[in-house]
Write a protein that binds this ligand. Sequence first.
Ligand code: GAL
Ligand code: CA
Length: 353
Amino acid sequence: MNRKKSLAAGLLFCTFLLSCCGCGKQQPEDSGKIQVGVVFYDQSDTFLGELVDCFRQQLAAYGDSGLEVTMMVRDAAGSQRTQDDQVKELIGAGCNVLCVNLVDRADPSEIIDLAREWDVPMIFFNREPVAEDMMQWDRLYYVGADARQSGEMQGELAADLILKDSQIDRNRDGKIQYVALEGEPGHQDAIIRTESAADTLENSGIALEKLGTGIANWDRAEAQNRMQQLISQYPNQIELVLANNDAMALGAIDAYQKLNYTDAALPVFFGIDGTKAGLEAVIDGELAGTVYNDKEGQAKAMARIAVAAVTGEGMEEIEFQDGRYIYLPYEKVTDGNVREFLLNGSGESSPIA
Ligand code: GAL
Ligand code: CA
């Protein structure tokens, strides 16, 4: 063999080796296991903590039915950079499907690049990436709920109560003076919930006067602070508190308790989520109502997609919207039906549909 020929043969062999390795990017050996990685934006978030617990239960049920399933969870503690690194780490550790609760829903590009590069399907949940990002690859999914629906239901709950109970308009001026407690700016569930709740109230014929807004990032302690400021700005004027979630509604109640307000001098409070603490506050009559954010249904949908994406079986049976979205419906919770939710969640808790 002359030199030219042996060089050509060598090159051919290298090309063959490279093509066997699929560009060098390969996951550790496929073991038939479903190895689920979960990253979420902040473990101090009450609703997400409960949702991730439900998801763990759903996966455990698949485990009981004979599949080999593992789950690894990472908390980004509010940093997108940390989360990007956690995604790399989990892929390196052999995760073959990832569930991603973005820190910054407008910045998923690094994570999507990793997913595509390593061919790891991704289920975004609760914090919805924008549509253009979702279209970047065909193995991206989203599981969540429709923010507008939750705001409308909160508005309906508040309207029903205001129309029934004339005492809520405490200064009897024919208008309801209210404040809004909002989640993180830029989150799909924050502004939309506030706007649709207020629009629904007005469409039910209730005259509203907005006194102020407090941004409290879904957090009970922050909401207590914001509420204390609002109370001192509008002493005895607030008749209604619309909070974007239960944690913030409970923070608002904490603020009044700290100031030793009597029950008769309190405004009415509405939340969203139906967390354990939120439901208990409805039972105690502290929270006038909440809107159930169906964590059981969301966890169940995430588990079904994760299992189908890895095994290659059952994806056709899942009913997606636009091929990749699942939105679970919200439900209204009042003192009339709250006990059912505390006992059974949304009724979606039975695993594996
Ligand atoms: C919302 C939920 C909030 C908070 C937020 C985090 O859907 O109502 O309580 O958990 O998600 O993204
Ligand atoms: Ca009034």
